[in-house]
Design a protein around this ligand. Structure first.
Ligand code: AMP
Ligand code: ZN
Length: 493
């Protein structure tokens, strides 16, 4: 008997627009693919949020006893600056600007990505394939799509024929778009394009002479279209029809729509049973995005060295903050939100630390078994982590009452409570039990807050020599004081 036999998960499936009972293709096994990063720059916290949400899904499925094959790719070629198949390859551009090899760009940012994920206590995926490692598979897919009449070659490039495909299939099935509307809303081709229709997308692009990343193919020396790599890698490792495909909301169209079209055109079947989309992280009310520069890098948030936040936050506090809202909701990253999460996180850790010292009684005043099932019910309801956390806080309240002698637990219930708290807090949510002192940031904050207070006293006493000395000496040690209308905060560098 596995836990998954007793716990039935409901997953919100973008394809049907509703929650569905999750039934894996093969009993006890789950195949899950998540679109990974394009490694041309440091990942920002928005990217981390999406991967963190799927790390939690992976963790919960594993906790239930499923054997999960989790594939998350690295996009190291083929992702152009523009979704309309024009512009430079993002990695090639970075290599040109920095005068290094594209593979040096890839190496640098893949290492950065892994370091960041390790800092946030991610579980590694089962397979992490790269686009450049699967060029042959991508060429084979193009051949299949061409043989089935859904793609055409022009001047060494190959395009997917969306109009032809839509005659027999439904282009727009995932994003709920209609081809007629797309036609209406897309600009006409400018005469320069090789495409028959603006809605068509590249499967293979002939490389211009200056394009460094290129591979031989039956059509030209060139490179694959971005959408193709995910179809090639997901189906290679998970089969032509697999359980779960995830990614950020912004990938729903055109990326995931095109993946469905490619698979149906090549293999005649839909690739994925459950499409999951994680919602966006916002900063200052706007989506965090590399292209607009509205970003905070994880290292800036962890060190406190940024223009937005009053202090440094520990990785587990950021994880906790993320889990306090549903993966399907937009989440606004704010200092107030992080401060509240930090308080909540340590309240939970304090309660867990107390568990070891609690003395059992002959009776329980807390229905632990019922409470445990409520925790599962929350996660079974489309991975509703904020509700799970509310239940963990309910248990924390009882733990404190037991410690104060106002409530009781039998030894059996105490064991079950410990086991369940640890399982959900550490295995499923992926938090790490750190103390306030261990974070380091708190000791520093405490000391600097004291100096800020002394500086304020000095100013109130008109002792400006002392107040300036405090500010300047802190600045010399890399701690900047910032006077704002709500008081003084500090940043470190
Ligand atoms: P990219 O490297 O741009 O392909 O993005 C990697 C992943 O991060 C994709 O799944 C995106 O959907 C996701 N992503 C990008 N921006 C955000 C954001 N602001 N919030 C959450 N996820 C994001
Ligand atoms: Zn993808």
């Amino acid at each position: 008997m596995h836990l998954y036999d007793a716990q039935k998960i409901q997953i919100y499936n973008t394809l049907s627009g509703q929650k569905e009972t999750f039934k894996p293709i093969e009993d006890g096994y789950v195949g899950m693919y998540v679109c990974g990063p394009t490694v041309y720059s440091n990942v920002h916290l928005g990217n981390v949020r999406t991967f963190m949400s799927f790390d939690m899904v992976f963790r919960y499925l594993k906790h239930l006893g499923y054997k999960v094959r989790y594939v998350r790719n690295i996009t190291d070629a083929g992702h152009l600056e523009n979704d309309a198949d024009v512009g430079e390859d993002k990695i090639t551009k970075k290599a040109r600007l920095e005068q290094i090899e594209p593979m040096e760009v890839v190496q640098r940012y893949t290492v950065d990505f892994h370091n960041i994920l390790n800092t946030f206590n991610f579980l590694p995926p089962s397979i992490e394939p790269t686009a450049t490692g699967h060029i042959i598979e991508q060429i084979e897919l193009i051949k299949m799509i061409m043989d089935n009449g859904f793609a055409y070659e022009v001047n060494g490039s190959v395009y997917f024929d969306v109009h032809k495909f839509n005659e027999t299939n439904d282009y727009g099935v995932l994003s709920k778009r209609k081809l007629e509307d797309l036609i209406h809303n897309t600009r006409a081709l400018d005469g320069q394009s090789d495409k028959k229709n603006p809605q068509d997308f590249a499967l293979w692009k002939r490389a211009e002479p200056q394009h460094i990343m290129r591979w031989p193919s039956p059509w030209s020396d060139g490179f694959p279209g971005w959408h193709l790599e995910c179809t090639a890698m997901s189906t290679k490792y998970l089969g032509d029809n697999f359980d779960i495909h995830g990614g950020g909301m912004d990938l729903k169209f055109p990326h995931h729509e095109c993946e469905i079209a490619q698979s149906e055109a090549a293999k005649g079947q839909t690739p994925v049973n459950y499409w999951m989309h994680a919602n966006m992280l916002h900063l200052n009310g706007q989506r965090m995005s590399k292209s607009t520069g509205n970003t905070v890098n994880p290292s800036e948030l962890l060190s406190g060295d940024n223009a937005f936040f009053s202090k440094a936050y520990a990785p587990s506090v950021i994880r906790f903050f993320n889990a306090q809202s549903s993966y399907r909701s937009v989440l606004d990253l704010t200092d107030d939100g992080l401060l509240a999460s930090e308080k909540g996180f340590f309240r939970l850790m304090d309660a867990i630390n107390l568990l070891e010292d609690l003395k059992p009684s002959s009776e329980s005043s807390f229905q632990v078994a019922e409470w445990r099932q409520k925790c599962y019910d929350a996660m079974n309801d489309d991975f509703n982590s904020p509700i799970l956390i509310a239940h963990l806080f309910e248990a924390a309240k009882h733990i404190n009452q037991v410690k104060d002698g106002n409530a009781s637990l039998t030894s059996e219930d105490l064991e079950l409570l410990k086991k369940t708290m640890n399982a959900f807090t550490f295995d499923v949510l992926g938090l790490v039990n750190i103390s306030k002192a261990e974070t380091g940031t708190d000791k520093l904050s405490g000391a600097v807050e004291l100096l800020i207070q002394l500086r304020q006293d000095a100013r109130a006493n008109k002792d400006f020599a002392l107040s300036d000395k405090i500010r300047d000496e802190l600045a010399a040690k890399g701690i900047q004081l910032n006077d704002g209308k709500d008081g003084t905060t500090f940043t470190t560098n």
